[in-house]
Design a protein around this ligand. Sequence first.
Ligand code: DGY
Length: 317
Amino acid sequence: MAETKRVVVAAELRPFIDAVERPDDVQIEWVSASEPLPEGGHVGLLPLLSREVDESVLERLPDLKVVANYAVGYDNIDVEALTARGVAVSNTPDVLTEATADLTWTLILAVTRRVHEAEELARHGDWAWEPTLLLGMGLGGRTLVVLGAGRIGQAVGRRALPFGMDVCYWDRARKPEFEAEVGARRVESLAEALTLADVASIHLQLSPETAGLIGAEQLGWLGPDAVLINTARGGIVDEDALCDALESGRLRGAGLDVYDGEPRIRGCLKRLSSVVLLPHIGSATEETRREMFRLAWTNLMKGIRGQPLVTPIEPTS
Ligand code: DGY
């Protein structure tokens, strides 16, 4: 009989377990994101993005071979430290690209067409058709700036074409395929990118280089008619500076799906009618969340057997 392989899986993912094959030699311990990890000889961990996973996890799980993160972002994982200790790490790219790009556009349209204010008025207010009721910003001929032209940033850019927008991007690497397909133009500096933007959409990884990247100065580069969208990670934006810019009318609006220190959301953001707030649902379609589970599970199963992962994360240094 093969030796039993014990794995820890986020209990919140139980609804997706029927989407995968469970080998007979694998035993799952379901542990919710708010519970501490167990101590034992578990060889695999499949956590949510809300669990911080660093080297200290090896004190509880010394036999760990793989951490298969249930997210494309992996700022919750100390990849360098874990890989140095022989633990393989993976994420869930590709499968969530289109869902996240769709949700980004949901925010772009909701902010520019003031959808939540309009919905509130229709549902609870006194209204009559008026030529100047809830005027928004048209998108045709405006410029979308994608900050970070990875898979999701490019998918957001592609969707701009039918809206008649020009697309620019800011990324450390040139993306010839994005330029060819969408006519996207690369801009060298963040200052130039934000100065050009009518809509600036963030699609960067959260890292020491990008933490707090969009602060008061950078928000000042956006014009008073511009809109900021963030479906990446909250920590990339200085939210106090964002509140100031919105409150003082130096920015038209913002659409946010992610927050610094989420699930807490700053009171000032909640009070502002120029902001649309969503509870980190970028990839939240039934199909996508199932595919994310399949991919994370496949990585987990490969990792516990010492096989190459499908979507490994390599340490940067
Ligand atoms: C991710 O995968 O990083 C998203 O934030 C959740 O789907």
